[in-house]
Design a protein around this ligand. Structure first.
Ligand SMILES: NC(=O)c1ccc[n+]([C@@H]2O[C@H](COP(=O)([O-])OP(=O)(O)OC[C@H]3O[C@@H](n4cnc5c(N)ncnc54)[C@H](O)[C@@H]3O)[C@@H](O)[C@H]2O)c1
Length: 403
């Protein structure tokens, strides 16, 4: 095993012992002055778990999971031996042969022990409903703008630590700088192209290296190339399918092992995957088949992954928003859908962008478009609801009603 595979297990062991989420920073340096977490990794390692060659790194096999479960057992026992009578644990650890680990209830606390501070972590008080995202680590793909940015900002507001992953690296960096403008670091940026497996794997590794684990994946990155089946170029169909459909598989494939590793050491804790789908994943969309088809497919993946990953305490749900009229996709003054539909005369009688917007708002029983806080509430519901998985939650102001 290596530091990237062992870190989520140690994080899980902390969370199980303390009853709440921690941030776990790590380093290759073995600091001998720190409390030692003694584990016999030789006995727990069959060689595969090292992920030495590219092929094995792409396959998270049952044999590797067995090895990791044994490591989790040892880590849980070793951590329990460091527990004081008041239930507290040392925030710093050294694992011989692996490196050093620094835990905190937030990023700043973990960083302060990394800088040389010493402290112990006390058990968490029981969490209430308002704490549903508090202290959790969330990853939001496509988080640099639009719904993704709204979701990331909302989760930070709820007390989560958020990793904003986007192909637009500058946008993600600038946005996380804005989120971190207060005194406490609440977010990090990671570069990713969700349609490229190597890039997705690197993103998953970066999340572990950055904060030690993952509690909530919001798979949000998506694109739109509308067009008639008679006219849309095949390459545009494939582009939309690759990002809106296939990439969800890649992102789940490479992030769920992090959640599984945590779970091996924290059987009482659950994690969540939420796919940002669309109302177009619940009913067809005229001249927009590539988008609707990929979104319908996304619901099939959500249901299937939910069945499989329930064994590891991972819930998988979709949130299906209606149109976000104030977001860049619709409202961008140069390339937004309102201006495009105005210019192509798609809406008969529309003289300006406001007319086009009104036309679409009138299709919604509640008379307005979907907004970031509406989507955030649905995500928090999915996380809070312990007894549901594989569902598609509409957030459409009544525009789409489930049968
Ligand atoms: N805007 C809407 O009206 C609406 C309605 C329902 C559902 N949705 C869904 O919400 C999600 C976000 O949509 P939005 O309107 O906010 O989009 P947006 O275009 O405003 O933002 C999408 C973000 O994803 C990033 N991205 C694109 N391709 C990527 C890739 N290959 N790898 C990583 N990042 C990539 C972009 O850089 C951007 O930051 C999508 O899944 C979309 O289908 C949007």
């Amino acid at each position: 095993m290596n530091r990237l595979t062992i870190t989520p297990i140690i994080r899980g062991a902390y969370m199980e012992a303390l009853g709440g989420p921690v941030i776990l920073l790590s380093s290759d340096e073995e600091r001998s002055e720190l409390p030692e977490l003694k584990i016999d990794l030789k006995g727990a390692d069959n060689g595969n778990a090292d992920n030495k060659d590219a092929d094995s790194s792409e396959v998270y096999t049952a044999a590797v999971r067995t090895v990791e479960a044994e490591a989790a057992r040892q880590i849980g026992e070793a951590l329990a031996a460091l527990k004081a009578d008041d239930g507290s644990l040392p925030a710093t650890l050294c694992v011989p042969g692996i490196g050093s680990f620094f835990a905190g209830t937030g990023w700043a606390e973990a960083d302060s022990v990394r800088q040389g501070g010493t402290r112990r972590l006390s058990p968490f008080p029981p969490a209430g409903r308002a704490d549903v995202a508090k202290g959790r680590i969330a990853l939001v793909t496509g988080g640099a703008q639009g719904f993704g940015a709204e979701i990331a900002r909302g989760l930070v507001g709820e007390g989560a630590f958020v990793i904003v992953a986007d192909i637009n690296t500058d946008g993600a960096e600038a946005f996380t700088a804005e989120l971190n403008a207060g005194a406490v670091k609440r977010a990090s940026a990671v570069a990713v192209d969700v349609s490229n497996e190597e890039s997705v794997k690197a993103m998953a590794d970066a999340v572990v290296a950055e904060v030690g684990g993952l509690d909530l994946l919001v798979s949000n990155a998506g694109v739109l190339r509308a067009g008639s089946v008679l006219e849309l170029a095949a390459k545009d169909f494939e582009f939309v399918t690759k990002i809106n459909y296939s990439a969800f598989f890649l992102v789940v494939k490479h992030t769920s092992p992090i959640m599984i590793r945590q779970r091996t050491a924290a059987p009482s804790r659950t994690s969540d995957i939420v796919q940002i789908n669309s109302k177009s994943g619940l009913e067809g969309s005229n001249r927009n088949g590539a988008y609707a088809g990929g979104k319908f497919g996304g619901i099939g993946l959500v249901q299937s992954f939910a069945m499989e990953l329930v064994e590891y305490g991972i819930k998988v749900n979709a949130v299906c928003p209606g149109n976000f009229f104030d977001g860049p996709l619709w409202a961008d003054p140069d390339r937004g859908l309102f201006v495009q539909y105005l210019n192509t005369g798609k809406i008969p009688g529309a003289k300006n962008v406001a007319d086009v917007k009104r036309f679409y708002e009138n299709k919604v029983p509640m008379g307005r478009g979907c907004e970031g806080p509406d989507v955030l509430k649905a995500i928090l519901y999915c996380v809070d609801q312990a007894y549901e998985t594989g569902q598609a939650v509409p957030v459409t102001g009544g525009q789409v009603m489930l049968k």
